[in-house]
Design a protein around this ligand. Structure first.
Ligand SMILES: CCCCCCCCCCCC(=O)SCCNC(=O)CCNC(=O)[C@H](O)C(C)(C)COP(=O)(O)OP(=O)(O)OC[C@H]1O[C@@H](n2cnc3c(N)ncnc32)[C@H](O)[C@@H]1OP(=O)(O)O
Length: 178
């Protein structure tokens, strides 16, 4: 379902459908929404975002990324941004790139039994165009840990070319801290 929804977003972004088809699809989408509404659960019971083996852990906000290597210091894998992530001229929207890094670095910050943390800052350097509809490689790693502070870095590459780099501080939450 999540794969189809991601594809739907890409199709909506790319298509210029005739009015009849727009009306038909709007009705179908309204029906899907109504059917799902009756199955809504509280945040802590939802599965979207918890399905760690699915691309982007089935979190629709996040680009579909797949972790292929993971230990308690480093993660690596690939990501593909779709048409609905387009900024312009074939380049990924500048706001979609921090989404990937926040999720990826935030996830690595948890590995190895570390307590939950929240992003205190996330700095992105846009080094070159990040293309949509291409398989891109990413890497994330720990720079250092000082008490509750975890400083992580990341990079996205298209083949050998660096597209974007990230530098983030994640602060481990105290017990009971939201
Ligand atoms: C299957 C599931 C997978 C799950 C995989 C899930 C991955 C998703 C990850 C997503 C993560 C997010 O997006 S989280 C959402 C976005 N972030 C937020 O909403 C956070 C909002 N901010 C906060 O809640 C707070 O400011 C905190 C928690 C970040 C920090 O507050 P605090 O706990 O009171 O700590 P505080 O004493 O202020 O700071 C602790 C230390 O960090 C330093 N520090 C704090 N903020 C900063 C800062 N911006 N820049 C520099 N340094 C800072 C302080 O100087 C201090 O250093 P020293 O004096 O000790 O040296």
């Amino acid at each position: 379902m999540v794969d189809q929804l991601r594809m739907f977003l890409d199709r909506v972004a790319a298509a210029v459908p005739p009015p009849d088809l727009v009306n038909e699809i709007t009705k179908l989408a309204a029906e899907f929404n109504a059917r799902l509404q009756s199955h809504e659960v509280a945040e802590y019971n939802q599965v979207a975002g918890q399905l760690i083996d699915l691309p982007g852990r089935a979190q629709l906000l996040t680009p579909a990324y797949t972790v292929e290597e993971l230990d308690d210091q480093r993660a690596a894998g690939h990501v593909r941004f779709g048409r609905h992530h387009l900024g312009n001229n074939g380049a990924v929207h500048g706001g979609a790139i921090p989404l990937l890094f926040d999720d990826l670095l935030g996830r690595l910050a948890l590995v190895g039994g570390r307590p939950k943390s929240r992003t205190a800052y996330l700095h992105i350097d846009y080094r070159s165009i990040t293309p949509i509809d291409e398989d891109l490689q990413f890497e994330a790693w720990f720079e250092r840990e000082e008490g509750r502070k975890r400083v992580l870095r990341g990079a996205i590459r298209h083949n050998e070319r660096v597209c974007a780099e990230a530098h983030g501080l994640f602060v481990a939450l105290r017990p009971g801290q939201p």
